[in-house]
Ligand binder design. Sequence first.
Ligand code: ADP
Ligand code: MG
Length: 243
Amino acid sequence: MKEKISVEHLVKRFDDNTVLNDITTTIQEGEVVCVIGPSGSGKSTFLRCLNRLEEATSGQIVIDGDHLTDKNTDINQTRQHIGMVFQHFNLFPHLSVLENITLAPLDVRGENKQEAEKRAEELLETVGLSDKKNVYPESLSGGQKQRVAIARALAMSPDIMLFDEPTSALDPEMVGDVLNVMKKLADQGMTMVIVTHEMGFAKEVANRVMFIDDGYFLEDGKPDEVFNNPKNERTKGFLEKVL
Ligand code: ADP
Ligand code: MG
């Protein structure tokens, strides 16, 4: 198995607030890792450090051999291999669905328009939205917007996908469609790091679950171990509230 993400002694501080405390973990190619934990525990910050949306204060992050914490690394190059999906979709409101998906392939990669559109149409089919290619985001439901956001991330052919609470802003009836798309990606062997409160999804789809509390990774294990036999009292307390 190939090591995709290696995090060593990662520390992140905002002023004197230490948000990530000495995090060390590795993620292998094809692994699906769910990160769970209370609000404000550092989940988003951890995810954002993995594509340098936040700079690590100290420690090392290596993605596919690229040292993210080295100032000489071309982060834009590395980011092309890392797709990110946010809680609030972040679609471009003035662009159609198709244009949202083809923007980066055309602008960043200089792909040919016809090819980029063909690929976008394939991706829309994958996420079940073939009929929406010409509409604007405002006419989509939250679940549809999130599936477009996933298709947009996939258009750059990433080999790692980061998800930050992708279903937290959705009405309950939309959650399943988005999780199904994510499950399909997992089945295809995508390396995925997913911050989520969907414990059922974590149990079913994740290879590993990490529990983070107050900037410490208190658990890092198979879903069965973390959910059924957590090591830490704080994990037990958290799970009692959410399960
Ligand atoms: P989570 O995603 O688990 O809810 P976050 O990673 O968003 O938690 O936040 C962890 C802590 O870091 C919180 O105390 C939050 O206030 C702080 N924080 C996050 N982003 C910033 C920032 N840009 N500037 C200052 N503090 C921040
Ligand atoms: Mg968050």
